[in-house]
Design a protein around this ligand. Structure first.
Ligand code: DAH
Length: 346
């Protein structure tokens, strides 16, 4: 019995010494001192020994139990200390490192200009409408009084997609879609992307327009003049000269193009002593808007009676306005998303 106890003691002490985790130690404790542990079973078997051997054997077993308990506790605190130390080393934080910062984003300059335009019209009671970027020929051309062979189609290099559909070349189709589904009075603006086969420093295959129109019983050209003059003086400056020039659009009659005095040369057409202004090319004026009284033919397409209603419409290019406002000479800067450019508008 003593020999085998010595062997057991040696084996368990060895294994305690080699154990490296709290679970390992806990398993050893259960294996030796648990309810069915090896030492526990021996202690329980004491009663079967002859009575003269019992005291000595009992003493030896109890001494062994205490010794093992002590070694297990010792090893457990050693292992705990080790793992705490390891954690401290591995999870070290360098508090002198600079913190990781969130870069602050900003609104895109084109969105800022669109929002500004919307704000001015919102103040005059206009509401916002939108339409699909992928249009059909009817809404983009036909119902705007631009028939199949009309030369006006040449002005708009169209991107066609499948099934006779196309990328809208202007926001004007939303006039048609809105009037098809609603009745006057209407006071609407339509911001959105438009697409044309065009690509250079001042033209992009995708750009933005804001369309607007107003339809009611007695809308006159003077309303158009008042609304647009107010708009231009809000977006540019209160002193900006505004000029209405006769023009032509198939969906308005009469039609006008609206200019503002050149923002760069102040309307003189000159840059310095004897150089012509590069931006207005010496004319002193900048073309900003197309507009006019909605053509009776357009009203007929949407089922309105042109004898009963009248209205005006207008359209403008957002990029052009943003370029003039900020003195930007290349439209492509808006789409390259170079933060050095974008940051200047935050
Ligand atoms: N749709 C025209 C274009 O893209 C702009 C325009 C001109 C819109 C006159 C209008 C308008 O509503 O009345 O060039």
């Amino acid at each position: 019995m003593n020999d085998s106890l010595d062997a057991l003691e040696g084996e368990i002490l060895d294994r305690i010494q080699q154990s490296n985790s709290e679970t390992e130690i806990e398993e050893l404790r259960v294996e030796t001192l648990g309810r069915k542990g090896r030492l526990t079973l021996l202690l329980r078997a004491l009663k079967d020994l002859p009575s003269e051997e019992r005291p000595r054997a009992g003493e030896r077993l109890n001494q062994l139990r205490r010794a093992l308990e002590a070694r297990l506790d010792e090893r457990l605190s050693a292992v705990k200390a080790q793992s705490r130390e390891r954690a401290l080393k591995e999870e070290q934080v360098d508090i002198t490192l600079p913190g990781s910062r969130w870069e602050r984003g900003g609104t895109h300059p084109l969105t800022l200009v669109i929002d500004e335009i919307i704000d001015v019209f919102w103040g005059m009671g206009f509401e916002i409408a939108r339409g699909p970027d992928i249009e059909d020929d009817y809404h983009n051309f036909e119902a705007l009084n631009i028939p199949k062979d009309h030369p006006a189609r040449d002005m708009q290099d169209t991107f066609f997609v499948s099934d006779g559909r196309l990328l809208r070349t202007h926001t004007s189709p939303v006039q048609i879609r809105t009037m098809e589904s609603r009745q006057p009075p209407l006071q609407i603006i339509v911001p959105g992307a438009v697409y044309r086969h065009d690509d250079d420093a001042t033209h992009s295959p995708m750009f933005h327009q804001v369309e607007g129109f107003m339809v009611d019983n007695h809308i006159a050209f003077s309303d158009l003049k008042g609304v647009l003059t107010h708009f231009l003086r809000q977006v540019f400056s209160a002193e900006t000269g505004v000029r209405f020039r006769p023009s032509f659009f198939p969906f308005t009659e009469p039609s006008a193009e609206i200019d503002i005095q050149c923002l760069i040369c102040g309307g003189h057409g000159k840059a310095g002593e004897d150089q012509t202004c590069r931006v207005c090319k010496g004319t002193g004026w900048l073309e900003i808007l197309g507009a006019g009284m909605i053509d009776p033919q357009v009203f007929r397409f949407v089922g309105y009676d042109p004898e009963k209603v009248s209205g005006f419409a207008f359209g403008m290019g957002v990029e052009r306005i943003a370029m003039l406002k900020h003195g930007i000479d290349d439209i492509r800067l808006f789409y390259q998303n170079d933060v050095r450019f974008l940051r200047q508008f935050g």
